[in-house]
Design a protein around this ligand. Structure first.
Ligand code: ATR
Length: 281
């Protein structure tokens, strides 16, 4: 029941209509009996939209592509890890009288660490990070925060070397991958995402070198990478797990409540399976 006390939450992105976050957050709000609603929004102008959210009393907002970097210029404060990553995916609005303060956070790294921690504690482990885009930045800085040793590989060497330099970790060229062993491998590239479901971020015969394999692609839920890894005896973590835990961290920042994890996972699965159109958002 929406009334005069309903708290406002949402997500800004473009495109945003296929986002799974509304299903996840609305299920969590309903499950805990909180009077709140979470809506998808596609800003025509980011600065105008931000001032609107601020003025209309929004409590918390998720930020997705293409606004994660541009939003940073508009904020009153930015969490130190989000600043290192160079991207914000979560806005927290705090109101004192008529004053509003908006802080930017990044929960992607919290989500990937917690997803990995379902199988192994990242502290002190060696992790091969595959990719050098925005997702790799968040996962990579997160691994370092958690005390893991990161090795980075990427299809385009120059881009990979640049991110490895920023993370302060070694870059592994494709030609040297066969000699690498690590406690876990995390794919942050879009390889394997529908419709290119046969694409692999790493040669399947190398997978036995990584006892744990995690993917951030969740459409399909069982990517070829995870299927090939399972067939070789690796333990796997699917892409919905990171999405769920980054959302759970947002939910706690906004409400101060522990997130209802199974409820959020179920809502994500239902939304993913019920989705008839593009699997890309
Ligand atoms: P995002 O911000 O979502 O991480 P991005 O910045 O476009 O997206 O980065 C995409 C990453 O996926 C890059 O590391 C890209 O490799 P390149 O730097 O060589 O472009 C990687 N990638 C995309 N498709 C890939 C594929 N089929 N095989 C291997 N790597 C792929």
């Amino acid at each position: 029941m929406i009334d005069g006390h309903t708290q406002l939450f949402g997500i800004i992105g473009d495109p945003v209509e296929h986002s799974l976050s509304p299903a996840m957050h609305n299920a969590a709000l309903a499950h805990l009996g909180l009077n709140g609603v979470y809506v998808p929004m596609r800003p025509a102008d980011l600065a105008e939209a931000f001032h609107g959210l601020r003025s209309l009393g929004f409590v918390g907002v998720s930020v997705t592509v293409p606004f994660k970097v541009a939003i940073m210029d508009l904020l009153d404060a930015i969490d130190p890890v989000a600043r290192k990553i160079g991207a914000v995916n979560t806005l927290v609005f705090e109101r004192t009288g008529t004053a509003v303060r908006c802080t930017g956070h990044n929960t992607d790294w919290l989500g990937s660490n917690r997803a990995l921690a379902e199988v192994i504690d990242p502290a002190g482990r060696t992790v091969l990070l595959v990719g050098a885009g925005g997702a790799a930045r968040a996962v990579g800085f997160g691994l370092i925060e958690a005390g893991a040793q990161v090795l980075l590989t990427n299809r385009t060497e120059a881009k990979g070397r640049e991110l490895a330099g920023q993370l302060g970790c070694p870059f592994v060229p494709a030609a040297d991958l066969a000699g690498i062993r690590a406690d876990a491998l995390i794919n942050t590239t879009s390889a394997g995402m529908a419709p290119h479901i046969e694409s692999m971020p790493i040669a399947p015969e190398l997978l036995p070198h990584f006892p744990v394999v995690m993917d951030i692609v969740y459409a399909p839920l069982e990517t070829r990478l995870l299927r090939e890894a399972t067939a070789r005896g690796c333990r796997t973590i699917d892409g919905l797990t990171m999405l769920q835990y980054q959302g759970a961290a947002q939910f706690t920042l906004w409400t101060g409540r522990e997130a209802p994890h199974p409820v959020m996972r179920q809502a994500l699965l239902a939304a993913l399976h019920g989705r008839h159109s593009s699997p890309f958002a």
